[in-house]
Design a protein around this ligand. Structure first.
Ligand SMILES: [Zn+2]
Length: 469
């Protein structure tokens, strides 16, 4: 099975914006008057004269250009005299308690399909983060959809009323028919919703999600309060070679796949995607850390997902090594002239995959080193447990908190700091032999393999990673 890690396409961003609830609470009604278009009406408990819509997100620009026919009305049903002062920015002469507008969602693109709302064919993903003004903090939502269309969400409620919805994290899948399976894994509710026709059995996909959830509950020992809501829907636009797009927002994993993709093993492929995306429910979505520490929540997530895939026998040890070899080639093919912190800050504005490739390889080296230094007593997994044990304070710098956590064992003192904060390059050829691994870069693709003459300590270390000889 091919890994999906080296060119990971999903772009996950945890939003740490604190909204001042200047508009009180809002009741929102969403209608679909035409295919691909929504009509939104919102009534606020407190009048307002200013509304701002998200215009940029995860490298996607111009999101608010899809909004038209914006109107505002006072509490006495007078026209409040609204003006558009910039893309997504509306101001009215009078305070208004009601607004209405249309949003054209009919043109998803390869770049934005997992990040912003769309409606195409028989399905649509409605993300409140880009459909509602950013001043809205606590809403109730009602849907009036054409016959045969229904709606599902991790928010509690029905189409008639979803209450206490936080727009930043709320995602609704609309469509003509869904498969839905709900399970409880170690007290945590896991719901899988699948729209469309697929070459796999829906219950096998739900089972794969459940297995991965179980594994991450064991890793973190942290029971996600909101559970997990996994949405699978047909990808509404061609996206090139990867054939899928994903984003994990709040407690929702959105996975959009080309139903015609030629995966040899669909459930295996879904499982691989789940090992990455489901971990995002914890990291970063379950954390309250600030700043750009993407090198950790993407790079270390890639490595931990790979370890988990190996543990769950979705891949074998050869594939584990081959994946790391490919990632190393990818790392070497780009300039490494930024620190991981700088690369995290520029993730959406510069090309390249440094946070993914270098972050993942750094996690690998960390795991090797701590296993060796502790003679197998501790692993990288233990840091995840600590991360969710309350040891890391909320609302602090993610970079400082994670580096301090990784460097907390005396044997690891300064390790993460050196590689994350400075521009230290990774040189696997130099480092790996002491762990019993050899990197052969003489052919076009680097080959990572186990040294045939392992000493007892190396054998034990590699076995703890999943080597079976
Ligand atoms: Zn990711």
């Amino acid at each position: 099975m091919h890994d999906t890690t080296t060119t990971e396409t999903q772009r996950i961003q945890s939003i740490h914006r604190d909204f001042v609830g200047t508009n009180g609470t809002q009741s929102v009604t969403i209608k679909m008057p035409l295919p691909g278009q929504v009509q939104i009406e919102a009534q606020s408990s407190t009048p307002s004269d200013s509304w701002s819509f998200r215009n940029a997100y995860a490298g996607v620009l111009g999101i608010a250009e899809r909004i038209s026919d914006f109107r505002s009305t006072t509490s006495s049903d007078e026209d409040a005299g609204v003006k558009k002062i910039a893309t997504g920015e509306f101001r009215s002469d009078l305070p208004a308690s009601k607004i209405s507008y249309r949003v054209n969602l009919s043109k998803p693109t390869a770049a934005d399909v997992s990040h912003v709302s769309w409606i195409a064919g028989d399905y649509g993903l409605l993300m409140m983060g880009d459909l509602l003004p950013q001043e809205f903090a606590n809403i109730s939502v009602r849907f009036e959809l054409p016959g045969m269309w229904s709606v599902t969400s991790s928010s509690s409620g029905t189409a008639n009323l979803y209450q206490d919805v936080a727009p930043e994290k709320a995602v609704f899948l609309i469509g003509r028919s869904f498969y839905k399976a709900s399970q409880v894994v170690d007290d945590v509710p896991v719901t899988t919703v699948i729209g469309g026709r697929w070459p796999f059995k829906e219950r096998d996909a739900a089972g794969a999600a459940t297995r991965v959830m179980k594994s991450y509950l064991a890793l973190t020992k942290y029971k996600l309060p909101a559970g997990a809501f996994v949405l699978i829907a047909p990808l509404p636009v061609k996206v090139g070679d990867i054939k899928w797009r994903a984003e994990t927002r709040g407690s929702t994993v959105m996975l959009l796949i080309d139903p015609d993709a030629d995966f040899n093993n669909w459930v295996g492929q879904l499982s691989i995607i789940f090992t990455h995306e489901l971990l995002h429910l914890w990291v970063p979505n379950g954390l309250r850390l600030e700043g750009d520490y993407d090198w950790f929540f993407e790079g270390f997530t890639l490595y931990t997902a790979l370890q988990t895939a190996l543990k769950l026998k979705i891949i074998d040890f050869n594939e584990y090594l081959n994946t790391l070899g490919r990632v190393y080639d990818s790392y070497l093919s780009h300039d490494d002239d930024l620190s991981l912190i700088e690369a995290s800050e520029r993730r959406w504005t510069t090309p390249g995959s440094l946070i993914y490739d270098k972050g993942m390889l750094l996690a690998f080296l960390y795991d090797l080193k701590i296993r060796k230094e502790s003679r197998g007593a501790t692993t990288l997994s233990d840091r995840y447990r600590e991360l969710f044990s309350g040891a890391v304070a909320a609302n602090t710098s993610g970079n400082d908190a994670i580096i301090a956590l990784l460097d907390s064992p005396p044997a690891m003192n300064g390790f993460a700091r050196a590689y994350v904060d400075s521009k230290a390059k990774l040189e696997l050829e130099q480092v790996l032999p002491s762990y019993g691994l050899t990197l052969n870069s003489s052919s076009k693709q680097s080959q990572l393999s186990v040294n045939p003459d392992l000493n007892a300590e190396q054998r034990q270390l590699l076995r703890s990673l999943g080597y079976r000889k």
